[in-house]
Design a protein around this ligand. Structure first.
Ligand code: UN1
Length: 507
């Protein structure tokens, strides 16, 4: 069954991980198997790109940019529309591959492909809406306006947990904006990237624009480093850990490039005594254990009013005990495996630290005795001062902290270095408004009566503080992929100066 899927997506036993205008047949990086985290077995092998392949791919992206930027934006949108159609046609296969390679459950695998399709649709509309402002000039007969031009080839670094949707956030926008992209996928999920590149190549070749989207799978130490140092790339968009973001931000900042960073979160939900607990329960469980706790938006801290804490923890524990954990391609499974053995070890170490720091593991937190990287999601009674609860562990651990006043709850929620997503469950309007007010949540995403994860693409996605400040996908995120030009045209025969400055040259 899986072999058919791989075959239909153009994958074979050994695959090139580097593609400029066309695939590089024998890239110079190491041969690396990509593993199925549910079994620990290899799915297929990938020849990674090395620094020379990166250079070849980027040369193509630079050359293609020179002409792609001159293609009218709606025509660029037409190419993206066809990519959206190709994704629709291959949604089931691609969703299955996402599941195979990341371990996320099938419905989430398909959801990830849907997120790409949504992004393509959004970008198509945008391709006729790349608009600037007209601004009133203080000078007579002068017209002042902004226009937006393509920026250049964009480096896109993505993480294993959303191996293709996050690429689409960037690449679909970049393409309609007139940019080419060089994609460095996570070394843990190169196959989904190669499959997407195959689809995109087919569309771009038949439309006459090969090389608009390029790929160089490889290690951070060579391909990633080459990319962030490369002055040919005016923008690097990177999704991953804060540690990775510090490196990207530092190197790109040093060359005064632009870095669009979407980094770690430590997302919290506040549950007040006025919450609808049935609704809260569903929102909390999806956000805490969905994708086995491996979303940047995963709910990691639950801040519950002390008067309802026992009841809520009791109900959560019951739900956790009946979660179906297992093969992610089994439609009844809710929790698949973690990505790797290292992730399992990371979770166990975090739980040890939690215990040592005064936390109590209420349920879960064990490794399952079967092949693959399966764990049972954990709930930990915690206190806000616990150092481990302030870190992002990429695993399903939910720290439950109690509070007395809403001000305290908001202070706890904001009291971490990261600032991605946040939520409050309450039916009281004043509490919801307090949470959304200027002194409320300090995160890039703030939800009322829904969990922290599962954002739709229409809004700008990203967060503040150590999350990196970047905004991707919807709203006006497209502006980051373009360069803004403020233009003034003097339609008169005089030369009035701004600020009333007089500068009369001798005649
Ligand atoms: C991520 O985990 O990097 O909001 C992205 C969400 C998804 C995207 C997550 N739409 O949970």
């Amino acid at each position: 069954m899986f072999d058919d899927v791989l075959h239909r997506l153009g994958l074979s036993d050994v695959n090139s991980g580097a593609c400029g205008r066309g695939w590089i047949s024998w890239p110079s990086g190491e041969m690396r198997p990509s593993f199925n985290p549910a079994t620990g077995e290899p799915i297929a092998r990938v020849l990674m790109g090395g620094p020379e392949d990166y250079d070849r791919v980027t040369n193509d992206a630079v050359e293609v940019f020179a002409s792609w930027r001159t293609v009218p934006a709606p025509r660029r949108g037409e190419v993206v529309r066809k990519i959206g159609l190709a994704l629709r046609e291959n949604k089931d296969d691609l969703g299955m591959l996402v599941t195979l390679e990341t371990g996320k459950i099938l419905d989430e695998g398909r959801g990830e492909v849907q997120e790409m399709i949504d992004m393509a649709d959004f970008a198509v509309g945008l391709s006729r809406q790349l608009h600037g402002l007209t601004i009133a000039s203080e000078r007579p007969d002068h017209r002042m306006f902004e226009q937006w031009h393509p920026l250049g080839p964009v480096g896109v670094i993505t993480a294993f947990n959303f191996p293709v949707a996050v690429w689409a956030w960037n690449a679909m926008l970049a393409a309609v904006c007139g940019d080419t992209t060089i994609w460095k996928p996570s070394p843990e999920t190169p196959l989904t990237a190669i499959a997407v590149q195959n689809l995109v190549n087919r569309v771009c070749e038949s439309e006459g624009y090969p090389g608009v989207f390029t790929l160089c799978a490889g290690e951070a130490a060579d391909v990633g480093e080459a990319m962030i140092h490369d002055p040919r790339l005016p923008l690097i968009s990177a999704t991953g850990s804060c540690r990775m973001g510090w490196r990207v931000g530092e190197v790109v900042g040093r060359r005064l490039g632009r870095a669009l960073l979407e980094l770690g979160g430590n997302n919290a939900a506040i549950v007040t005594p006025d919450a609808n607990l049935d609704l809260a329960l569903r929102g909390i469980v999806f956000a805490a254990v969905g994708t086995a706790g491996q979303r940047c938006t995963t709910l990691r801290r639950l801040i519950v009013h002390e008067s309802i804490a026992e009841e809520l923890i009791g109900r959560l524990t019951q739900v956790y005990a009946s979660l179906s954990i297992g093969d992610p391609w089994d439609e009844s499974t809710l929790v698949g495996p973690l990505i790797s053995e290292a992730a399992v070890v990371g979770m166990m170490e975090a739980l040890d630290q939690a215990r040592a720091q005064g936390g109590t593991v209420v349920c879960g937190g064990t490794r399952l005795p079967r092949p693959g990287h399966f764990v049972s999601p954990a709930i930990v009674r915690a206190h806000p001062g616990m150092a481990i609860a302030r870190e992002e562990t990429f695993a399903p651990i939910l720290y439950v902290i109690t509070y007395r006043t809403l001000d305290d709850a908001i202070a706890i929620q904001n009291g971490v270095t990261q600032g991605l997503s946040s939520a409050i469950f309450t039916d009281r309007l004043s509490e919801a408004e307090r949470f959304l007010s200027v002194t409320g949540s300090d995160c890039g995403l703030a939800n009322v009566n829904l969990g922290t994860s599962g954002a739709e693409i229409g809004g700008a996605f990203g967060g503040e503080k150590a999350t990196g400040g970047g905004r991707e996908s919807g709203s006006d995120a497209w502006k980051q992929y373009m360069r803004r030009q403020t233009c003034v045209v003097n339609g008169g025969s005089d030369l009035p100066l701004a600020q009333g400055v007089r500068f009369d040259i001798p005649s």
